[in-house]
Design a binder for this molecule. Structure first.
Ligand code: PGA
Length: 251
């Protein structure tokens, strides 16, 4: 099963609208040179409209960094899927470890966000990953299984391209420590098997599983050569035009 690779940039709480447009223009240039893969960028909400204008008519996908499950309502500080769709977003990152660990988002909330996004045709980039303590206690696979099962609870899927999973070991995010390619492949293979248990095999085979956590120009090629690694979710290196261009052009 050929899955189209996806390189995604998570800009977190960085860039003004103007800086975001400049960075987005460099992403478009790099993405145009490699038409065999998808590229997504997720600027902060305040830059979405500006970046949407820069991306119009290009194949680069606009993403949000989160999304609420309701269409509208008294939810101060939250943004809904129809609001994001109106700005041209095609994807939304959900369950990022910073949302889980800094803002206390639970598996239950993440499950609702996933359903809310999908209901309005936004593709969730559903993030999971173990902490260092969990890895050292050899609980990695149990933690991943619990996160996947609760995040996808009652999420119907007839087309595996409607969702993306991102495996991001918490100890590798922003630390400069990357999982080795074999550690990453082991986790991705486990996640793929789990998806086969939850959905049909052919649907699980369509779901793209990204690796995230200190992805850099130096390690992207070897990571992307692993069987079950279908792309990368990039934080720090996505903010540096040259580095992200090189990651987009992985080979
Ligand atoms: P990093 O972040 O590439 O800076 O480690 C990845 C992420 O948080 O998605």
């Amino acid at each position: 099963m050929d899955r189209r690779p996806l390189i995604a940039g998570n800009w977190k709480m960085h860039t003004t609208a103007q800086e975001a447009q400049q960075l987005a223009a460099s992403v478009v240039k790099a993405a145009n040179s490699v038409p065999d893969r998808d590229v997504m960028i997720a600027p902060p909400y305040t830059a979405l409209a500006a970046v949407s204008a820069t991306l119009a008519g290009t194949g680069v996908i606009l993403g949000a960094q989160n999304v609420h499950w309701e269409e509208q309502g008294a939810f101060t500080g939250e943004i809904s899927a129809p609001m994001l769709k109106e700005l041209g977003c095609g994807m939304a990152i959900i369950g990022h470890s910073e949302r889980r660990h800094v803002f206390g988002e639970t598996d239950g909330m993440i499950n609702k966000r996933i359903k809310g996004a999908m209901q309005f045709g936004l593709i969730p980039v559903f993030c999971i990953g173990e902490t260092l303590e969990q890895r050292e206690a050899e609980q990695t696979m149990q933690v991943l299984e619990a996160q996947v099962r609760s995040g996808l609870d009652a999420v119907d899927l007839t087309d595996g391209s409607r969702i993306v999973v991102a495996y991001e070991p918490v100890w590798a995010i922003g630390t400069g420590k990357t999982a080795s390619e074999s550690q990453a492949q082991e986790a991705h293979g486990f996640i793929r098997n789990l998806l086969e248990n939850i959905y049909e095999k052919n649907i699980a085979a369509q779901i793209r599983i990204l690796y995230g956590g200190s992805v850099k120009p130096e390690n992207v090629d070897i990571l992307m050569q692993q069987n079950d690694i279908d792309g990368a979710l990039v934080g720090g290196a996505a903010l540096k035009a040259e580095m992200f261009e090189r990651i987009i052009c992985f080979h």
